[in-house]
Design a protein around this ligand. Structure first.
Ligand code: ADP
Ligand code: MG
Length: 386
């Protein structure tokens, strides 16, 4: 048998690191007191046992591989094996093993020296824990950064809006004065028409003048509408707020919108039961009219605009759905940007939604859009009931 006891060098016997000698089959031939202490049994009880039996079952295969590597390669470095301990978690020991032959006639044996890893491992565990804390802190930092950026964007946006508001208020004011006297002159001219027509030999003059005047009035009304939009964008009037029957005022707004509808467009109304909503009804009507106008304009030839109301929890919700051309992502993203319009010059000034969003914000409500090209648009306006 190869597993006969082997005398240990006294120097190794005194070493504080575990040292073992195994035969070619991995059976313990000798071990120093430090190894016996580590394995939890006296050296006499251990000699003759396969080395794999003093390691944790979890490490047995690894131990056998280490021995094989030492025998075939000459040395095996840094093999980490667990040893079971009574009343304590298994201890991790890093072994370096090498092939060794006591004398040329003897068979190859294996010697191995171990380094318990308690301190190093606990340090690694501590490091891992610290690392996790750091990662957590990093995540928080990233979140805070994103919030800051968002807040900054809003700040810049509101700064821009303020500057734009001042500019727009100035323009609206300048337009309002000439608008007033042009309207006045137009009425004066209208009064002169009968006398002018009577004094003229042209039998068509009265009709022609009346048509021209009607056209001018319509033009003036459009200008007045734009000026009104500009002013309410720039400096919203402090409106009268009271508890209002939204369904009734929406029905009135829908009647006005119908007069704007081309023949192919139908407005459908579905009013659900709503409690009185404390709001500035005139302003809410303006929002709804803006939304209805956009919906009607989005329908190329024929289609439907559906306006409905419902109570959802503590919110009054007004929904306007159209079967129009819809909007792509880029348009949706720019909705509410003052002066953003996709309409040709003269057809829209891009304030409808900007004005509406301002009004809804001041009411503590929300205005949201869902749309896709060719799929129509849903505008959802919610107002708090309390
Ligand atoms: P304007 O109507 O003067 O263009 P708005 O602020 O009312 O300004 O609308 C901005 C833009 O949003 C419109 O030019 C249009 O491209 C788009 N839009 C708004 N509502 C709709 C809708 N219901 N369907 C399709 N596009 C819409
Ligand atoms: Mg519009």
């Amino acid at each position: 048998m190869s597993s006969r006891p082997h005398p240990l060098d006294p120097m190794l016997a005194q070493a504080t690191l575990p040292f073992v000698v195994l035969d070619g089959a991995g059976v313990l031939l000798a071990l120093n007191p430090a190894a016996a202490r580590l394995y939890g049994r006296p050296a006499e009880a251990l000699v003759g046992l396969p080395f794999v039996q003093v390691v944790d079952p979890f490490s047995r295969e690894k131990a056998a591989l280490m021995i094989a590597e030492a025998l075939t390669q000459g040395a095996a470095h840094d093999w980490e094996l667990y040893h079971p301990r009574t009343g304590a978690p298994p201890l991790l020991v890093s072994y370096t093993a090498w092939r060794w032959r006591p004398d040329p006639a003897a068979r190859f044996a294996v010697a191995a020296i171990g380094q318990p890893l308690t301190a190093a491992v606990s340090l690694a565990a501590q490091l891992a824990a610290t690392n996790q804390q750091l990662e957590g802190a990093l995540l928080q930092l990233e979140r805070a950064h994103a919030e800051l950026k968002n807040a900054q964007t809003q700040l810049v946006r509101s700064e821009k809006l303020r500057a734009m508001g001042q500019l727009v208020a100035g323009v609206a004011h300048e337009l309002n004065t000439p608008l007033g006297f042009v309207a006045g002159n137009l009425e004066f001219l209208a009064e002169q028409v009968p006398a002018l027509a009577a004094a003229s030999p042209d039998p068509h003059l009265a009709d022609d003048l009346a048509a021209a005047l009607a056209e001018s009035r319509e033009g003036l009304e459009r200008i007045a509408g734009i000026v009104r939009d500009l002013r309410s964008f720039a400096r919203p009037d402090s409106p009268t707020v009271h508890a209002a029957d939204l369904n009734a005022s929406l029905a009135a707004t829908a009647r006005i919108a119908r007069t704007l509808c081309p023949p192919g467009v139908t407005i459908v109304e579905h009013y659900g039961p709503l409690p009185a909503v404390v709001c500035a009804p005139g302003q809410i009507n303006q929002v709804v009219l803006n939304l209805l106008t956009n919906a009607i304009q989005a329908i190329p030839e024929s289609g439907t605009v559906t306006i409905s109301t419902a109570q959802e929890g503590d919110q009054a919700v007004i929904t306007i759905v159209d079967t129009g051309v819809g909007m792509d992502e880029a348009t949706l993203a720019r909705l509410g940007e003052p002066f953003f319009t996709t309409r040709p010059v003269g057809a829209g000034i891009g304030l409808g939604i900007a004005v509406s969003m301002g009004i809804v914000e001041r009411h503590g409500g929300r205005l949201e859009f869902a749309s896709a090209p060719g799929k129509g648009t849903t505008a959802r306006l919610s107002l708090p009931l309390t």
